[in-house]
Write a protein that binds this ligand. Structure first.
Ligand SMILES: [Zn+2]
Length: 71
């Protein structure tokens, strides 16, 4: 079972609307992360359903493998 308290509150870095992702690293909630237009050391690419553009959630330390979230 894989849950995140943050994965449904991502803020698009292009249009600044909030959206969710279904894929999230296993330790993504425990390791500090931030939102940006540029990729980074441990990035998760997300696509905004509002404007259609891609941006990145980036962790400075390895947050583990990316898995489907349990809904
Ligand atoms: Zn957007």
């Amino acid at each position: 079972m894989h849950y995140s308290q943050f994965a449904d509150q991502l803020r698009c870095q292009h249009c600044y609307k909030t959206h969710a992702t279904r894929r999230w690293p296993v330790n993504g909630d425990q390791v500090p992360f931030y939102f940006q237009k540029e990729t980074g050391r441990f990035p998760l690419t997300v696509q905004c359903p509002h404007c259609g553009k891609e941006w990145y959630v980036v962790w400075d330390q390895n947050p583990g493998v990316v898995m489907e979230l349990t809904i």
